[in-house]
Design a protein around this ligand. Structure first.
Ligand code: GDD
Ligand code: MN
Length: 390
């Protein structure tokens, strides 16, 4: 853990006396929420400790005086309050939540925002619902009866949120079955169901990350009204939207089969720059053979950029970029060179028709190219790692 951390103990109660069975650790990610944290702690004090023993952990990436304000406000709280301040905000909001999940000690963990858009009065109910239904995860949902998104600022954000929810639900129909609001930032999870090590959070959607990568078998939902922010402004940006799309792509292509499908789709999309390039180069008067070769490189470049960012984002570090470009281009061009002799082989040796031979050759070189890209471009190099370990 980088940065500093401190706990404000409750008078007369030692830190070791918490947690109790059924108790809850409330994890709150904060980024410059100095105008909200005092109010949040006040609301938690009003509605939680009388129902269920609690502690609060702030995971803070602020550049303002939020940690200081929390420390001041914590002195009026009848429960332990901890601030984990991170010097490096790795993984953004999601990374902060995972740090909180790791640090939590109670049977139940509730994750909620620090801007009072998530009503703390619901915390005991989330935990009670989990206990009653033996669920590992209880989602506070805006999209079931009794819930609403009153505080989502403006029809633009409502439309974006709805579209994103629909897209996400259609990409993961099984994993998100029974979760009407996978974008919610408000949920309770049993500590025994947390598998922090498999999580690779990227930005805002930590519940999505959890439910796709390590979904507890039983999931329950409780409706809630998404309120207005108490103070300040949302920290979400257009860049956060792009991060979300990358997050979706990363989750969807975690398995090799899904990656192969993605690889194929990206390959198909590469025909567009390829053909446009061919059209432009022949238009400039270039002979069609060199034009084909050049235009093909355009398609290769297009494919490379998409594959790097959408499919192998977290497997790039062990080779330099020019090394990856070189290998990728070599594989892509070998594909072209290999295709004709392969077709000839299928026709002459196996007596196949030209059309089926071409189709079979396309499939074969595609699978070879995919396997080659996985193994020769993006596979972590074992020898070096082993040597380093030794
Ligand atoms: N530690 C940390 N690091 N906290 C962060 C960061 C970060 O990089 N970015 C944002 N936060 C904190 C904020 O301080 C706040 O407490 C909470 O995360 C939510 O951030 P907001 O900026 O208020 O998000 P929002 O209201 O736009 O979005 C919320 O509602 C969405 C549903 O519409 C979040 O809960 C989203 O996860 C949720 O999808
Ligand atoms: Mn908010």
């Amino acid at each position: 853990m980088s940065g500093h951390e401190y706990t404000v103990p409750v008078p007369g109660l030692k830190a070791t006396e918490v947690p109790e069975p059924g108790a809850v650790t409330i994890v709150v990610p904060t980024f410059n929420e100095s105008g909200n944290v005092r109010q949040l702690l006040h609301q938690i004090t009003e509605s939680v400790p009388a129902q269920v023993p609690c502690e609060v952990i702030f995971v803070d990436d602020s550049t303002d005086d939020t940690p200081e304000v929390i420390r001041q406000a914590a002195q009026d709280c009848p429960f332990p309050v901890t601030v984990l301040h991170r010097e490096e905000p790795v993984g953004g909001l999601g990374g902060a939540v995972v740090e909180g999940l790791r640090a939590a000690t109670s049977d139940w963990i509730v994750v909620m925002d620090g801007d009072c858009q998530h009503p703390p009065s619901l915390v005991p109910e989330l935990v009670a619902t989990g206990e009653r239904s033996h669920a590992g995860l209880v989602v506070a949902s805006r999209y079931i009866k009794g819930g609403s998104r009153a505080g989502l600022a403006g029809s633009y954000r409502v439309a974006v949120s709805r579209g994103a929810t629909w897209l996400t639900k259609s990409l993961f129909p099984r994993r998100l079955h029974g979760i009407s609001d996978p974008m919610s930032g408000f949920f309770a999870i049993r500590r025994s169901a947390v598998t922090a090590d498999v999580l690779k959070p990227l930005g805002y959607k930590i519940l999505l990350e959890l439910s796709v990568r390590s979904r507890p078998r039983e999931v329950a939902e409780v409706p809630f009204v998404f309120l207005d922010r108490f103070a300040g402004e949302s920290k979400s940006t257009a860049q956060e939207g792009l991060r979300f799309l990358r997050h979706l792509a990363g989750l969807r292509t975690a398995s090799p089969v899904a990656r192969m499908v993605g690889f194929g789709l990206i390959g198909l999309s590469g025909f567009v720059p390829n053909l446009v390039g061919l059209w432009a180069l022949t238009g400039l008067g270039l002979h069609y053979v060199p034009a084909e070769i050049l235009a093909n490189q355009l398609g290769v470049a297009w494919n490379f950029v998409l594959i790097e960012h959408l499919l192998f984002r977290d497997r790039r570090a062990h080779r330099r970029w020019w090394d990856r470009v070189g290998r990728f281009a070599l594989l892509a061009n070998a594909d072209l060179v290999l295709r004709i002799p392969l077709i000839a082989l299928f026709v002459d040796r196996f007596g196949m028709g030209a059309l089926s031979a071409t189709a079979l050759a396309l499939v074969t070189t595609f699978v070879l190219r995919f396997a080659g890209t996985e193994a020769l471009v993006y596979l972590p190099r074992r020898k070096k790692e082993a040597r380093r370990a030794a």
